[in-house]
Design a protein around this ligand. Structure first.
Ligand code: DON
Length: 579
């Protein structure tokens, strides 16, 4: 890791040194951007993930002749071991794959599904009120996991054929079996989430010392049951999970409480290949995740609204730019609450939502000087926030194939429940459904019929693995982020920082982020905006609140002759590495 950072610094210095022909003002801008934040640079391939060992595993697969999909599959299984709060095989997610040979981009949907015995009102109490405990922390919260099916499908259809699934899983198996050194990030998150995990004896036995105390940094975390589960999948294929001993253990665990998942639910699970959502922004082409994620549609919608706004002239994070962005975000999130849901159950008006004409009409309603109160756009209540975890990784290879993958257990460690004997943490993804119309989920997101619970349905997501192609149609950017409802706006800002503000990928990653999701009616910002900008925004009627950092992007940009990547400094342990 350090060697590669050093190499990138040296390359950056050489580049800076070689700039005397650039016009003076341009030169100053380039100097300052290189001086402040340096991307990692490499020529042949690159992985950006939220955990260093997983990144190293992915780069090793690339070096040994694997393509971006092979590396992504290995990273996905490794993170289930090394980043247990978000990496998983008991959850689900979305993978975007770009195939250089055919030029095709496909979206793999491995989102969890509601069990067949689910019903619309299953998260309501006797008085008909939504009971968040049920949808977040009980066996009823667990969706049928999709990760194993998704990674296996990716390997089978889009892998290079150089590695078997078992070979790609071997690093994860070894790490689970031999143990991983507990990092600062892991130690802190286990200590923080102690209540969630120690409710379940199966989880407490793995994630805390035998005497019940917290691990220290440098201790070794062994996950022997997880190693065994991974080995069974490696040997028998996904059937070990969906129609074998692992599935049986999950069903038995859930049946000890109010769980309703059956082995038939697991048998029926399938990952689905879908068409990505696409749109254009200032000559660049965006490809991102379609429903059941809302991410792609709303990134495209917000960019469409901003297409005619002179964002570059107004300046990065100026009050005017933030105002336009916030007003556009509100309009997108109102539509999300009304129109977005699993497309197998609900007709999502995709073409309308992503059309430039619709966005032009929405823009016409924005007052350039005043914030529109959320109540004038639609009803709802502010909701408490959690600080949970999802994780994103990006991979590119020497042939130009690329993967953007975001997957999750929903909250950190999901329900916190490990299925006994499997070492597998189970998700609480079904809280992403709208438990009751108008009642916010854990991210303050509101929904209605489109995202109501139904048998076998997938809950609406915000996960937004995204590619950007340059005006010549060449792959330009691979990006995405965790962050619940903030995923969409975080990913959006990386794209805008690069396209509108000419930032390098490290600067685009580090820059202060803002977020508005219509309800709660507040403009959320990270620390670092000037008091003057905040005053101007308040003067326009925005309620500005400074909250925790948002997102953890892992991005790779394709440059002339190579790659420039950056991991988000907002979360510990991440690493971007190339070769
Ligand atoms: O699918 C979704 O939109 C959420 N379950 C994602 C949760 C998340 O990003 C938590 N992380 N920070």
């Amino acid at each position: 890791m350090h060697a590669s950072r050093r190499v990138s610094l040296v390359l950056a210095a050489v580049t800076t040194f070689a700039l005397p022909t650039v016009a003076h003002s341009q030169q100053a801008a380039i100097y300052s951007s290189l001086d402040r934040f340096h991307p990692v640079i490499a020529q042949n391939g690159m992985v950006a993930s939220q955990e260093a060992t997983a990144t190293e595993v992915g780069v090793d697969i690339l070096r040994r002749g694997g393509n971006a999909v092979d590396a992504a599959v290995a990273v996905g299984f490794t993170l289930a071991v090394t980043l247990p709060r978000a990496g998983n095989i008991g959850g689900g997610g979305f993978m975007l794959v770009h195939l250089a040979g055919s030029g095709e981009t496909v979206a793999i949907d491995y989102r969890e599904r509601a069990p067949a015995a689910s019903d619309r009102d299953m998260y309501l109490d006797a008085e008909g009120n939504a009971d968040p405990e049920l949808s977040r922390f009980t066996q009823l919260a667990v969706g049928v996991p999709g990760t194993v099916a998704g990674l296996a499908l990716a390997h089978e259809r889009y892998g290079s054929g150089t590695f078997t699934l078992a070979e790609l899983m071997q690093p994860a198996i070894d790490l689970a079996e031999n143990g991983i050194p507990v990092t600062g990030g892991l130690a802190n998150s286990l200590a923080d989430l102690r209540d969630r995990l120690t409710r379940w004896p199966t989880s407490a036995a793995i994630f805390y010392r035998p005497d019940g105390s917290d691990f220290d940094v440098g201790d070794t975390l062994v996950q022997a049951d997880l190693a065994q589960s991974l080995r069974q999948i490696a040997e028998q294929g996904p059937a070990a999970f969906y129609d074998g001993p692992i599935g049986e253990a999950i069903v038995a665990e859930l049946a000890q409480g109010n769980g309703i998942m059956t082995l038939d639910d697991l048998r029926a699970y399938e990952a689905v290949v879908r068409e990505p959502v696409t749109g254009d922004y200032r000559g660049y082409r965006i490809a991102s995740m379609p429903p059941p994620s809302s991410g792609g549609i709303h990134i495209v919608q917000i960019l469409n609204i901003l297409e005619d706004v002179p964002v570059a002239d107004l300046g990065h994070n100026s009050a005017q730019t933030i105002h336009w962005m916030a007003e556009a975000m509100k309009l997108a999130y109102v539509d999300r609450s009304e129109y977005l849901g699993d497309p197998d159950y609900w007709e999502v008006p995709m073409a309308g939502l992503t059309s430039q004409d619709y966005a032009d009409a929405l823009r016409a309603g924005i007052d350039p000087d005043h914030a529109r109160p959320a109540a004038e756009i639609g009803p709802g209540d502010p909701a408490p926030y959690e600080s949970p975890q999802t994780t994103h990784f990006s991979v590119v290879d020497a042939d130009g194939n690329a993967v953007a993958n975001t997957y999750t257990l929903n909250f950190s460690y999901g329900t916190g429940l490990v299925a006994g004997g499997t070492g597998i943490l189970l998700n609480n993804e079904l809280d992403d459904f709208s438990a009751k119309p108008g009642v916010p989920n854990a991210y303050g997101l509101i929904g209605g019929d489109a995202n109501a619970v139904a048998p076998n349905k997938r809950p609406l997501s915000s996960m937004s693995p995204t590619f950007v192609f340059d005006p010549d149609g060449r792959l330009f950017l691979v990006t995405g982020s965790p962050g619940g409802s903030r995923i969409i706006t975080t990913t959006l800002q990386v794209i805008m920082n690069v396209i509108d503000h000419g930032m390098n990928i490290a600067e685009a990653t580090n820059a202060v982020r803002i977020h508005h999701q219509w309800l709660p009616d507040e403009l959320r910002i990270e620390e670092g905006l000037s008091p003057d900008t905040i005053r101007l925004l308040e003067g326009m009627g925005h309620t500005v609140v400074v909250r925790d950092a948002m997102g953890s992007t892992q991005s790779i940009m394709v440059t002339d002759g190579g790659f420039a990547g950056a991991s988000d400094p907002r979360q510990p342990d991440a690493l971007t590495l190339g070769y």
